[in-house]
Design a protein around this ligand. Structure first.
Ligand code: LMR
Length: 444
């Protein structure tokens, strides 16, 4: 007991003119608890240490080709070559502005709001209604959004259940105090009626005057891979608009649903449809990333854009000034290299078409993986291509089964049973499916 309390004491030395006088002081550090390992990236560390030659990593959402390699997309490789050959672009290591590279901003806004939303987007650009900052990928965009909203608008957020575990983490760490989950999924099915009923029951009775914000996965829902149909999205957005909620769109997987980058911006197009929703009085927040669709994971390239209401003078500039102050306090300014690559791909027609092809090829392979698994395990829903999209499939294996797969077969899924499909290929699909069969048999 004595020893225990002494371990909470740190010795402090004070110089008293001729010698150091040592006293014991209590350290507040002892109150810091151990945080749990990250639900996604923590497992990669375990995988790396596993010595089984048959091990399979189906944890993190990183695209691998049919040979199990993380490769650079041809469009991105060509952009890198251009940068390498351009003395100035290659050697300029100075700071970017706080809100990022101006050229990146222009081309990203054009890509998202002119190409992605040709009907309603260009007017928003021309009217100066889009506040924009380059961010550290989608996570950075969400964190900056959370800081801004919690500072000025609301600390209430609705996050789907289930969701990417980092959503809760990001909003909690950035000022949100009231975190609610809406029912998104149960036993292989979307639970949209339940979800909308929950919003109606709780949000419509909220008389605080503080808006409720809501996270929406634009496509390729993480972790389930199951998205609402377009008709269902209309129903959902109608309710969200009617309840005066503030949409935060997380678009980390644009292109990975259909293979067509433009088609996949449909949730943004729907929310900006002026004939349906004239405006979003507290703004619409788009957190977008080039990590997955350009394979620029570690370069941290993405953006936050806020579509502002037309009725508040100078609100675009005011919000941008606040975003800059937040970014300056967090990390000063974003990194340069990845945004140069993305800007080149977006601004050079040849590279842009190549990029469209690269994304199409990635999606075709992910679909072929779904088919290979379905053929071996008889899983029907994994090839429900109308609603099952992207890198992830939710196996509905329980934590005990996930543990057996990991401990006995060195097959790594995240604990919630999510499978990152790109880790599967012709060489390991039989081992994977046999391991799953053996696990299900064992648990029976
Ligand atoms: C994932 O869910 O695997 C990715 O979004 C990577 C991450 O940061 O968790």
């Amino acid at each position: 007991m004595m020893q225990r309390s002494l371990s909470h004491i740190v010795r402090k030395s004070i110089y008293c003119g001729r010698y150091f006088h040592t006293t014991a002081v209590r350290s507040t550090l002892t109150q810091v608890p151990m945080a749990p390992p990250d639900g996604v990236l923590g497992l990669v560390e375990n995988y790396n240490m596993d010595e089984n030659p048959n091990k399979i990593n189906l944890t993190v959402g990183v695209y691998k080709d049919g040979w199990g390699q993380v490769t650079t997309f041809p469009s991105v490789a060509q952009a890198q070559k251009i940068i390498d050959m351009d003395g100035q672009m290659n050697t300029d290591l100075s700071y970017l502005p706080i809100s990022g590279c101006e050229d990146f901003k222009k081309h990203t806004i054009d890509f998202l709001y002119r190409d992605g939303c040709p009907h309603d987007g260009p007017a928003l650009i021309d009217e100066g209604r889009i506040s924009f900052v380059q961010t550290l990928s989608g996570t950075g965009a969400l964190a900056v959004t959370a800081k801004l909203i919690s500072s000025f608008i609301s600390t209430k957020i609705w996050i789907p259940k289930p969701s990417w575990p980092n959503h809760t983490n990001i909003f909690k760490k950035n000022g949100f105090t009231d975190i609610y989950n809406y029912s998104y999924y149960s036993e292989g099915q979307l639970t949209i009626d339940k979800w909308l009923q929950e919003l109606r029951d709780i949000v419509s009775k909220d008389k605080s005057g503080i808006p409720n914000t809501i996270v929406l996965h634009a496509c390729c829902h993480n972790p389930t891979g199951l998205d609402p149909t377009r008709k269902q999205w209309e129903q959902i957005i109608d309710v969200i608009h009617e309840l005066k909620m503030v949409p935060i769109i997380d678009m980390a997987y644009q292109g990975l649903e259909s293979g067509n980058l433009i088609d996949d911006a449909y949730l943004l197009r729907l929310c900006l449809d002026k004939s349906r929703y004239r405006t979003w009085p507290n703004g619409l927040y788009l957190c977008q990333s080039f990590a997955k669709n350009m394979g620029l994971y570690g370069e941290r390239v993405g953006s936050l854009s806020i579509v502002t209401p037309d009725s508040i003078p100078k609100i675009k500039e005011i919000l941008e000034s606040q975003l800059k102050q937040i970014i300056r306090s967090m990390y000063s300014s974003p990194p340069g290299y990845g945004s140069r690559v993305a800007k080149l791909v977006l601004s050079n027609d040849k590279l842009k078409y190549q990029w469209y092809d690269d994304v199409r090829a990635m999606v075709a392979r992910l679909k072929s993986v779904r088919t290979m698994i379905s053929e071996r395990l008889g899983w029907e829903d994994i090839i429900n291509f109308e609603q099952q999209h992207g890198m992830f499939y939710y196996t509905n294996l329980n934590p005990g089964q996930v543990k057996i797969l990991r401990d006995d077969f060195s097959v790594y899924l995240t604990n919630d049973g999510r499978m990152s499909l790109s880790g599967v290929n012709k060489s390991n699909v039989d081992y994977l499916c046999n391991s799953i069969k053996a696990t299900l048999h064992k648990m029976h």
